[in-house]
Design a protein around this ligand. Sequence first.
Ligand code: PGA
Length: 260
Amino acid sequence: MRRKFIVGNWKMFKAPRDAAEDYRAFAEESKTLQDKLDLGIAASYTSLPALTDRLQNGVRVYAQNVHWEKEGAFTGEVSVPMLNALRVQGSLVGHSERRQYFGETNVSCGKRVAALLHSNLDAVFCVGETLAEREAGRLQDVLRSQLLEAFAAGDIRHGTYVIGSDPSRPKLTIAYEPVWAIGTGKAATATEAQEAHAFVRSVLCEHFGKEIAGQMRILYGGSVKPNNITSFTKCADIDGALVGGASLKPAEFAELCRNV
Ligand code: PGA
């Protein structure tokens, strides 16, 4: 049985003071859920110390990106040891906004995921098709290459570090986020999402084997709200959600989590 996992993606919102206050408020509102669900917030780098200072309350803290080298001449980047020093749980990788605006590729994503897993941090690796790709019938091709090219680039092959020491909380999570559903208010239907998730799981199965693929969590993302979360989380292959807009207000985000 895979534990449900809900991650809020705060994108480039909230300076440290607001982030810390909203993190505290969300942790308080979601207190009774924390033994049933895994919860996390992905915040901007500048807010991470303020959040991890308050970490004891069970809501995990994630970065939104990370570089694969430990250190070096990479202006503007942040490394895995830097995140580790802040006691961050892990990072998102390959969000479509990173791919679209900052030139992230399947290869660079794979290296970022590998660097996290090697240091025993969590990776929430995002994949998803554009509307043009879906309409051209390329959904499966796109998802397959996003996954397999990244795994090849990062040499990510072994179940042991994909799952880690606690099989109920695998280190690698996939987030399926159709680009056309992100921030548009037009979520995929539960049927569309389940079909894509089942396909993603079949690729994971092909690559890591049935047992590992069966343990890995696949989150849906794209216009998830308190009133549609249940339609997704009741699907067989949907193990939670990556939530943008609806994670920004602590009370709304806690309501969404309660509805899972
Ligand atoms: P959204 O964003 O929930 O606002 O659509 C999701 C995401 O970007 O992860």
